[in-house]
Design a protein around this ligand. Sequence first.
Ligand SMILES: Cc1cc2nc3c(=O)[nH]c(=O)nc-3n(C[C@H](O)[C@H](O)[C@H](O)COP(=O)(O)OP(=O)(O)OC[C@H]3O[C@@H](n4cnc5c(N)ncnc54)[C@H](O)[C@@H]3O)c2cc1C
Length: 555
Amino acid sequence: MPSPTQAEAVALTEGGSDNQVPPLVDYDVSAADPALHAALDAAGSPLTPRLCALAVDAGSGEFIETAQLANTNPPVLCTHDRAGNRMDQVDFHPAWHSLMERAVGAGLQAAPWSPESGPHAHLHRATGFYLWTQTESGHLCPISMSYAAIPALRRNPRLAGQFEPGLRARHYDFGLRPPATKHGLLAGMSMTEKQGGSDLRAGTTQAVPDSPGQEQFRLTGHKWFTSAPMNDVFLTLAQAPGGLTCFLLPRVLPDGTRNGISLVRLKDKLGNRSNASAEIEYQNAIGWRIGDEGRGVPTILEMVTMTRLDCVLGSAGQMRAALSQATFYASRRYAFGRPLAEHPAMTAVLADLAVESWAATVTAIRLAALVDQSLAGDRAARALLRIALPVSKFWICKRAVPMIAEALECLGGNGYVETYPMARLLRESPLNGIWEGSGTVTALDALRALGRSPESRDALLAELRTAQGVSAIFDQALVNLTKLLDQVEPAGARRLASLAARTLAASMLIRQAPPEVAELYCTTRLGEVGDRVFGELPEQHSAQLGRILEAVTPT
Ligand SMILES: Cc1cc2nc3c(=O)[nH]c(=O)nc-3n(C[C@H](O)[C@H](O)[C@H](O)COP(=O)(O)OP(=O)(O)OC[C@H]3O[C@@H](n4cnc5c(N)ncnc54)[C@H](O)[C@@H]3O)c2cc1C
C-alpha cells in the first residue's frame, strides 16, 4: 500500500490518532430517521412523548450495554433442583429482565388491546416496537407473542376475561406463579412439532376432554419449538376428538401446582441468543379450549396478522439499526485522506442501503396504520392488509439479510468482531423470514389471499394507482403486476410476492419520500437492472446520493 501524502496524513489524524471510531451511543434512534417521521405524518399521528422517550432509551449507552449483556449471558435451563425434583425453569441474566421491563412498561406487549386505547393504538405500539428493536431483538419474541395472542384468545370470552387484563398490564412480573396472583402476564405460542411447522395439521399432540362437552382437556405430546417457555400461558394446537383444536395452557395451574409441561432442552441457535427457545413435552397438561373443536388452524390464524406485522417491524428496525451503525462509522473513519462516506464508491453503497431501509420503514408503518383502520371496521383497509402484509413480510424479512451483511462490511474488519453490534444484527436477521411463515409459505399465502379475496386484489391496485403518473418505471411495474395478479399459480408465488412488495414500497416512497429516494428505488428495484449488489447505481443518480446520506446519518 502506498504511504500517505502529507495532506492525507493530516486528514487521517482527523479520524483520531488511531482512526478508530467511537461507539454510537447516547443518540436518539428516531432523530435521523426521516422515513419514520414521514410515514407517521402520512398516518396522521407523529411521535408521542412516550415514544420519543423510548427512542432516546433505545440509543442510550445503558441499554446498548444491557443488550450486549443479555446476549453474552444466554438463558440457562434448570430441569431439576439439587434433590432431583423437576423445576423446568429457565434462568435469565438481569439484563434480560431490564429489557423486558422497559418493553412491557412501554406497552409493546398487549397494551393496545385495552378498550381505553385511542384510534392509533396499534400504530403507536408498532412504532415503539420498531424503535425498541434497534436495541435488542431477542426479548421482543415474548413481547410479540403476548401482543398477538389476544385476537385468538378472544375466541373464548371467558378465558379472555380471565387473562387479558394481565396480558395488557404494563407490569413485568417474572416467575412461575398462578396467573391470578401476578401483576402482569406474558403469552407464548407452542405450535411447531417435529413433523412440521408450516404444515401444522401434521401435529400429533393429543387432547382428551376431562368430560364430554367441557372446555378442559388433557394434552400429551411433544413440541419442537416453544420460545420463551417462562411465559405464563401458551396457545397451542392439539388433536381433539373433533380434530385439530386450539388450547390455552397455563404453566402454573390456579391451585399453584405446575402444569404437566416439561422443558427438554434449549435450542442452540444461530442468533436470538438472549431468548430461550425450548423443546417441551406435555404430559397430561391441562388446557382450555379456544374456539370450536376442529377449528384450531382458523383460530390460530387470528394471531398470524399480528405476528407477521411484528416480523416486518422487527426486520425494518434491524435494517435501520444497521444503517445507523454503517453511516455513523463511515462518516468518522478515514481512509486515503477522507472519511469513508465521502469516497464516491462508498457513498453509493451507503445511499443504496439507506434507500432499502427507507422503503422497509415506510411500508412497516403503513401496515401498522392499516391494522388500526381494519380493527375500526374499514373493509378496504382490511382487504389491503390481507395482501400487503404477506408480500411485505416475504420481501422485507428477506432483504434484511443481504442489507445487514452489506452494512457490516462498511465497518471493515471491525464489523466482523463481536464487540461491535453488527455480528449480532446479522445473526438475528434471517429469523423473521422463518417465523410465522417461511418465505415460500408466506408467498403462497399471498396467492391464497388473491384467490379467496378478490377485494384484496382491488384494494392493492387502488393503493398503487394513487402513486401513478410520477415515474415511468413505476407505471410500467404496475402494468406488469396487474398482469401477474391474473396469472396466479404456485410456482410463480415468489415472483408475484416480490413484485407486489417492491411496487407497494415504491408507491409509498413516491408519496412520502424526497424525489431522489423514490427515483433511486424505482430505477434499481423496479427497473430492468438484473442481478445487482448494493452500491451498483446508475450514473444519473450520483449527484443526489450525498443528500440522502446526510438525512439518515446519526450525529
Ligand atoms: C429461533 C426460533 C424460535 C421459534 N419459536 C417458535 C415458537 O415459539 N413456537 C412455535 O410454534 N414455533 C417456533 N419456531 C418454529 C418456526 O415457527 C418454524 O421453524 C417455522 O414455522 C417453519 O417450520 P419448519 O421448521 O417445520 O419448516 P418446514 O415447514 O419443514 O419448512 C421448510 C421449508 O420448506 C418450505 N415449505 C413448507 N411448505 C411448503 C409448501 N407447501 N410449498 C413450498 N415450500 C414449502 C418453507 O418455506 C421452508 O423454507 C421457532 C423457530 C426458530 C428458528
